[in-house]
Design a binder for this molecule. Structure first.
Ligand code: SF4
Length: 250
């Protein structure tokens, strides 16, 4: 068991998805293949970024449609599992983006737009980084928003705690709410932080850090959808207990 010195939001998400996959990507430096979710998330980020860069009077649902058309045109149907999936994904992403960011048309531009923040967290003894996708700041409120293709309940909890810890530690402010829209099902997940959440968030991140540092507890995901798009089947079949004998963290 070795200590890690820096950790990103991406690392934590990968570890939640499957510790084995995380290991192959991060420590064995095996090539990460691009799957359709990552490509679609990239399109979503481009649309959201471009939309919020527009003056308020130009932020309307027609503009969302135009931006989706522009960025989606570069997406190959080949990366999807089927043609039906390709069409279903574009239809849902377009509908739910229009429904959700359209309501932002009258607001002032966000303070943070895909801003990557990095800070040392003393309680965890680690450098932590997080991207605030959209963060609206005013005298009376601070609201953090994220638009994701999809998210498991564990990822929603992770994002909520990361947002709270970062807001308190870097900006010295408690968010009024943390909102995540998952675009494949159109759900808006709203968290209202309480005074206890900073300590709970630190405890949660501490447990995750210990889990990453102790490979003897790594397990394989039982999410078949993740396995379907995972490039590490061979390594995964071969490898069960080898992690414990390797020194891979610095
Ligand atoms: S095949 Fe499945 S269990 Fe194995 S590393 Fe990939 S996602 Fe994890």
């Amino acid at each position: 068991m070795n200590q890690i010195q820096s950790i990103t939001e991406e690392n934590l998400k990968d570890f939640l998805t499957c510790p084995y996959k995380f290991y192959f990507e991060v420590f064995e430096k095996k090539k990460r293949s691009i799957n359709w979710r990552q490509v679609v998330q990239h399109v979503v980020n481009k649309v959201v970024y471009s939309f919020f860069q527009l003056p308020a009077q130009h932020r309307h649902s027609g503009k969302v449609l135009g931006l989706v058309d522009e960025y989606w045109s570069k997406v190959s149907p080949q990366i999807f599992e089927s043609r039906i999936q390709y069409y279903m994904v574009i239809a849902k992403i377009t509908d739910y983006l229009m429904e959700n960011i359209h309501t932002e048309s009258k607001k002032s531009p966000p303070l943070f737009l895909f801003e990557k923040l990095n800070t040392y967290i003393e309680e965890l003894d680690v450098d932590l980084s997080l991207t605030f996708d959209v963060a609206e700041w005013s005298d009376s409120s601070f609201v953090i928003k994220k638009y994701l293709v999809d998210a498991t309940p564990e990822m929603l909890v992770l994002y909520n705690y990361l947002s709270i810890v970062f807001s308190e530690k870097v900006l010295k402010r408690t968010p009024k709410s943390v909102e995540v829209v998952t675009l494949l099902d159109g759900k808006r997940h709203v968290f209202i932080p309480t005074p206890d959440d900073l300590q709970e968030g630190l405890n949660y991140l501490q447990v995750m850090k210990y889990s990453i540092e102790d490979p003897s507890n790594y397990f394989k995901t039982n999410n078949v959808n993740e396995c379907k798009v995972c490039p590490f089947h061979k390594e995964c079949d071969q490898n069960t207990n080898e992690f414990t004998s390797k020194k891979y963290l610095s």
